[in-house]
Ligand binder design. Structure first.
Ligand SMILES: [Zn+2]
Length: 427
């Protein structure tokens, strides 16, 4: 739970804090909000009155069983559904996923299309069409009020170049390097667009769906590459260039394979699904890998990686060896990150863990337990339950998060370059 401040010049920030408090604790009261935010009851009441006038919030007055002795009836506050909505889009190697997220936290709709290897311009057209269809269907069904869509969040594999219009340097999406994805999408949708690195987007999604916190966690995303998103006491850590959490380019083996980033022996070059499949082929040879069932095509990396998990479970020594090495490399990096940023949780997600997630979780848990002093610093390790649209969900959550706290993030960090036109604050 974020804390408010009673300084007068950050009134909009307090409004964001109160709205976030209501969103994360539906049915809460003004008194409870005052307690959880640290704001005075008078300040909370004033803000709630404004939110009620703007119809972002509603209140249900509940009379207790003994109203005469219980004093004033208790007003339960909650966010009004359908009044503030964001779309989220995620591009990965093979798919475009779009979601519609309500300020209440409900996922209103999800759509998905194959990318079929088409380039960025055609993929963006597909994404725009998916978003347009979702919004139209929401308005038709009455779950989205006309004009309620605050913007579109886009999750793409990092690192991203935030100097000027946000450009993808997505080394894992062939043909996307230097593409100003937000501009392309905005040309089609005419809505504010916010671009986020996919791992950070997943962390925002995790935060967005959290009960009142505060929470500090590292979200690890294993897709074509390996990325990380960091949240410290409910604040998303973005860093100087907007690429904080790029754990995939931490070196785990100085004499290891060359990485697409130009370095050598990065975690991603050693432990991402493609690297693990390559290591397996290096050990057993391509003919034996084919006989074991691996397709070894450019689009078969994830299924082949899943298959290695099955082979290891069935006793295949080479599969066991390459997966163990990758898991230990990942654990080495996570121990370093947890020591540096002092998070209490590690959340593991992404399509690269859809089969081997429990195995990776067990290794990371064992290594962290051995490495950290649990008396001082217990670290939970768990698998994400956001499913395959975690990045899109997080990107949409990022739009609402920005809209809720825009004045605060403008005041504190100049990283408005992530938004090519400002996301409209929720007023
Ligand atoms: Zn690298």
């Amino acid at each position: 739970m974020r804390r408010g401040t009673n300084l007068p010049w950050v009134g909009d920030y307090n409004q964001a804090v109160v709205l976030d408090g209501i969103r994360r604790s539906p049915g809460t009261s003004r008194t409870e909000l005052a307690r959880s935010t640290g704001l005075t009851l008078q300040t909370v009441s004033n803000i709630v009155r404004r939110l009620l006038e703007r119809e972002l919030v509603r209140e249900d007055v509940r009379r207790s069983a003994a109203p005469r002795t219980a004093g004033k009836p208790r007003a339960a506050l909650s966010v009004r559904p359908g009044t503030a909505v964001a779309a989220g889009v995620q591009f990965d190697r093979d798919h475009v996923v779009a979601v519609l997220l309500d300020l209440t936290g409900d996922v209103l709709d999800v759509a998905r299309a194959e990318r079929d290897g088409v380039g960025p311009a055609a993929s963006v057209r597909v994404a725009a069409s998916l978003v347009g269809t979702l919004v139209a269907a929401g308005v038709e069904r009455g779950t989205v009020e006309p004009g309620a869509v605050r913007g579109v969040g886009v999750a793409v594999p990092g690192p991203l170049d935030f100097r000027g219009p946000v450009r993808s340097s997505a080394i894992n999406l062939p043909g996307w390097r230097g593409v100003a994805v937000a501009e392309l999408l905005q040309d089609h949708l005419h809505l504010p667009v916010l671009v986020e690195n996919d791992a950070t987007a997943c962390a925002v999604g995790e935060l967005w769906r959290s009960p009142p916190g505060p929470r500090s966690f590292l979200h690890v995303y294993v897709g074509a590459g390996i990325g990380g998103g960091i949240v410290l006491r409910d604040e998303v850590l973005r860093g100087e260039s907007g690429n904080a959490g790029e754990i995939g380019h931490v070196v785990v083996d100085r004499t290891g394979p060359e990485c697409t980033c130009g370095s050598r022996g990065c975690l991603e070059a050693c432990a991402a699904p493609a690297a693990v499949v390559r290591s397996y082929v290096g050990l057993v040879g391509a003919p034996a890998a084919h006989r074991a069932g691996l397709a070894l095509t450019e689009s078969s990396v994830l299924p082949d990686h899943d298959l290695l998990d099955g082979l290891a479970a069935a006793g295949d020594a080479a599969a066991t060896a390459v997966l163990r090495r990758a898991d230990e490399d990942l654990a080495d990096v996570l121990i370093g990150v947890v020591n540096v940023v002092d998070v209490g949780e590690v959340v593991l997600g992404g399509p690269g863990l859809r089969r081997g997630g429990p195995r990776v979780r067990a290794v990371v848990h064992r290594r962290l337990k051995a490495a950290m002093s649990h008396e001082l610093h217990g670290v939970e390790v768990r698998l994400s339950d956001s499913g395959e649209h975690a990045g899109a969900l997080g990107a949409a959550g990022g739009v609402l998060h920005e809209a809720l706290s825009s004045s605060w993030s403008t005041a504190r960090t100049p990283l408005r370059a992530t938004v090519i036109s400002p996301v409209a604050p929720v007023h």
